[in-house]
Design a protein around this ligand. Structure first.
Ligand code: ADP
Ligand code: MG
Length: 455
């Protein structure tokens, strides 16, 4: 070590503290925790990782950030290399051995993510905005012969993409038990890939994925910006397409508008059938409410719902189906608690905040202004590149609010904060969600800001 005060271990510990703040607990645990700082010679810091995969991944994805972070202890450092640690490391007697045991998967192969039993074709209400997506999903469910491959469903949050994918999986499982269907989110895909790297079991990983008949990957935008995962996804994807296996993918926007995704993946995603789900119009909203209300009343005979209430909800709540459902659930809970018939007055009272929020369109500009005021910052701080905690945290709060109070997409929000990448927005949202659990001051701040913005 040239000029750093402490030893290598100490420097690395400090780097991890900063990395936790910047990348989040999970990322550090999955990647950097297995790495050690082996040496610093002039401008080159050498890290050691347990496997080649891990070493490459870390160098490629964290290299620049690590130069900056290690540079805080030793400004001479300009380059980082990650090498593979020699085997037979010094092992403390009680050292955990999980790292060397194989990943826990069933012998039969990969498990699908659990399916929500409520998400079936029966419970899916079809209207103009989603009829194409529904038809495509039905077609795959009834005949997964890869005549349209891949099928790419896209649309904003809460419009029924996951519902349709679960419906396909459930239908296939019931009608063709021999067909191997694998449904998972892109995040789970990445997680399993990471596990495979960690347990040095990528061969099994590849074999398992390549042996399915129908692969469904939900929320593919998640892998944007995650290079190794994209790479692996691409290979899996191609292998299955070559074998004429059906693939269904969902995303929050059309393939050409997902940012941070490799060109070759983008073009592959456009090969097949690309269908979008539009936001529900009044008729569809009302249809969905009627269908849900019928189900509720079938199981809760004590609940009496005035049809006028459904019309009012369909009319006034136009954000997405999830919010609509939430409103109905709250009404029913309230009604069964106080034992009252659900009429217009009661609904207005019980859903006052929701209805008001639906009425007012909060903008990103307003959010930035409020947050800047609240934390005594300048508006420009929120869009600046500064990473100091005193600025970075309020910026994350503002992004979190933008995600929750506006219908803007992640890339749009990123642009609203000085052209940041949408993955930065995802990180901010997750961070604040986590902090709200543990930091009561922050949780109060967020709640206060939300109320002011929605007032
Ligand atoms: P997405 O995956 O597009 O964000 P989801 O599939 O999770 O949205 O849908 C959100 C909620 O709205 C779910 O509870 C789902 O059942 C419901 N939903 C969405 N569209 C419909 C529809 N057309 N009919 C019935 N329920 C729907
Ligand atoms: Mg979804």
């Amino acid at each position: 070590m040239t000029s750093a005060g402490g030893g290598l271990d100490e420097v690395w510990r400090d780097v991890l503290v900063v990395a936790r703040r910047e990348f989040g607990e999970k990322a550090v645990e999955q990647w950097l925790d297995q790495v050690t700082l082996a040496s610093v010679t002039r401008d080159l810091a050498t890290l050691e990782a347990p496997t080649r995969f891990l070493a490459d991944w870390i160098e490629r994805n964290f290299g620049q950030a690590l130069v900056r972070m290690i540079g805080q202890a030793d400004p001479a450092v300009r380059r980082v290399q990650v090498t593979v640690r020699e085997r037979a490391p010094r092992r403390e007697p009680s050292a955990p051995v999980e790292m060397f045991t194989p990943a826990p998967e069933t012998e039969r192969g990969l498990n699908s993510a659990p399916l929500d039993p409520r998400f079936t074709f029966d419970s899916f209400v079809v209207g103009k905005p989603n009829e194409l997506a529904h038809a495509a999903a039905r077609r795959v469910a009834e005949c997964p012969d890869a005549s349209f491959n891949p099928v790419f469903l896209h649309g904003g949050v809460g419009l029924g993409k996951t519902h349709l994918m679960h419906a396909i999986a459930a239908h296939l499982q019931a009608s063709r038990p021999g067909v191997k269907v694998l449904y998972l989110s892109a995040e789970q895909f990445m997680y399993r890939f990471i596990q495979a790297l960690r347990f040095r079991d990528t061969i099994t990983f590849k074999e398992q994925f390549r042996s399915v008949d129908v692969l469904m990957v939900d929320d593919v935008q998640f892998i944007a910006g995650k290079d190794s995962t994209q790479e692996e996804f691409f290979h899996t994807f191609n292998a299955l397409i070559d074998q004429k296996k059906q693939i269904v993918i969902s995303g929050d926007s059309s393939p050409d508008r997902i940012e941070g995704i490799e060109e070759r993946i983008r073009s592959r995603l456009q090969w097949g059938l690309v269908v979008d789900i539009h936001p529900a119009d009044y008729e569809l909203r009302l249809g969905i409410l009627h269908s849900k209300a019928e189900r509720i009343m079938a199981t809760h005979p004590e609940i009496v719902l005035d049809p006028k209430v459904l019309e009012m909800l369909a009319h006034r709540i136009n954000s997405n189906v999830r919010v609509l459902e939430g409103a109905l659930t709250r009404l029913v809970a309230f009604a069964s608690l106080v034992g009252r018939r659900i009429d217009l007055d009661m609904a207005q009272e019980c859903l006052a905040d929701l209805l008001r929020a639906a009425e007012r369109k909060v903008t990103i500009e307003e959010i930035k202004r409020r947050v800047a005021d609240h934390y005594n910052l300048r508006l420009s701080d929120l869009v600046s590149a500064r990473r100091a905690r005193a600025v970075a945290r309020p910026r994350q709060v503002a992004m979190y609010l933008a995600k929750n109070l506006t219908s803007k997409s992640l890339p749009e929000i990123g642009r609203g904060f000085g052209g940041r990448d949408h993955t930065t927005v995802i990180h901010a949202v997750k961070k604040i969600e986590a902090l709200r659990e543990s930091d009561s001051q922050l949780s109060e701040d967020v709640e206060l800001l939300r109320r002011m913005l929605e007032a």
